[in-house]
Ligand binder design. Structure first.
Ligand code: CP
Length: 327
């Protein structure tokens, strides 16, 4: 990107600076500086143009192999990583939990060592345990991309969300961004909180008391339990799914009761700014966290988030590949 364009972004309050990418892994937004986050977002802008070409391919990762190791269910993340890899001309392999030898007792580290022995440059890992990608990154020379680890982080999803906000609102600084739902189990909320607060957004979390982690204010967010108060004058409202698969105890009476208290409908959404964005990382449970018609409304950018996933993941893979030792 030209220096003049970088300067322009600096003037908008989102400095990309002159940072050089040196990390072989993308594990979480907790670890990244403002300049590194902006570098990814700016790089994604450049890659967006590739998806509009007749031949949607660039030779950036030609000769490199990327393994997608998904040990938990995924639709959007897995498909968009695969598309991003193919558009960068990488060779790709996909391994899912049920089809891997981990079902026969092999450890994650041994699985990764075997993948690495096959000269894989980058491993995209989704894992049900928080911290698994960090452990893998310490034990392998391959670059590791965290595609969601337990309830810890989902950095590429947060980068997609920030990219979409920046695309629609021009700058993130000063935006009022509200998260409603199961904050306790949401790696998407955690990654967005790290990223958005660094970029100067005013972040509010909202949901039943049992689904708001104790002490979350220490991350620089405000907690508002009343949904109408939380949504009032918001620039962005993001709904989160109730993650029943991560709940070992009953944290609210029923999904129907959750929906009647914290499901967003048009009447409450009208309290947000007239041009507010409605976001959701997916998968959406229509009629629970959001009214179905609202999810399809012109203010909903849910499918734009999905589309933007390709450019953002291309940017991440491109930057990490540049920091890998030659293989
Ligand atoms: N947003 C997201 O992580 O969706 P998937 O679980 O379908 O990948």
């Amino acid at each position: 990107m030209a220096d003049a364009e970088k300067k322009k972004k600096t003037d908008k309050g989102d400095p990309a600076g002159d940072v050089k990418w040196v990390r072989k892994d993308l594990l979480g937004l907790r670890d990244l500086s403002v300049a590194e986050i902006n570098l990814i977002l700016d790089t994604a802008e450049s890659f967006q143009e590739v998806s509009q070409r007749a031949v949607k391919k660039v030779p950036v990762l030609r000769g490199k192999t990327v393994a997608n190791l998904f040990l938990e269910a995924s639709t959007r993340t897995r498909i968009s990583f695969e598309l991003a890899e193919k558009r960068l001309s990488a060779d790709t392999i996909g391994i899912t939990g049920s089809a891997s030898s981990m079902t026969k007792g092999e450890s994650l580290l041994d699985t990764a060592a075997n993948i690495e022995a096959l000269k894989v440059s980058l491993i995209v890992l989704r894992h049900p345990s928080s911290g698994a990608p960090y452990r893998l990154a310490r034990h392998t020379a391959a670059g590791i991309v965290n595609a969601g680890d337990g309830i810890n982080e989902h950095p590429t999803q947060a980068l997609i969300d920030m990219f979409t906000m920046r695309q629609e609102k021009k700058t993130i600084k000063g935006l009022k961004v509200v998260y409603i739902g199961d904050i306790l189990h949401s790696r998407v909320a955690r990654s967005n909180i790290w990223g958005l607060t660094k970029l100067g957004a005013d972040v509010i979390v909202c949901g039943p008391k049992t689904l708001i982690p104790w002490g979350i204010e220490e991350l620089g967010v405000r907690v508002v339990y009343d949904m109408k108060k939380a949504v009032r004058d918001a620039d962005v409202v993001t709904l989160l799914r109730i993650q029943l698969e991560r709940q070992n105890e009953t944290l609210f009476p029923s999904l129907r009761e959750y929906g009647s208290s914290y499901g967003l409908d048009s009447e409450v959404f009208r309290l947000a700014k007239p041009d507010a964005l409605l976001m959701h990382p997916g998968p959406v449970n229509r009629g629970v966290e959001v009214e179905s018609a609202l999810a399809n409304s012109p203010q909903s950018v849910i499918l734009k988030q999905v589309t933007n996933g390709i450019a953002v993941r291309m940017a991440v893979l491109y930057l990490l590949s540049g920091a890998l030792p030659n293989d």
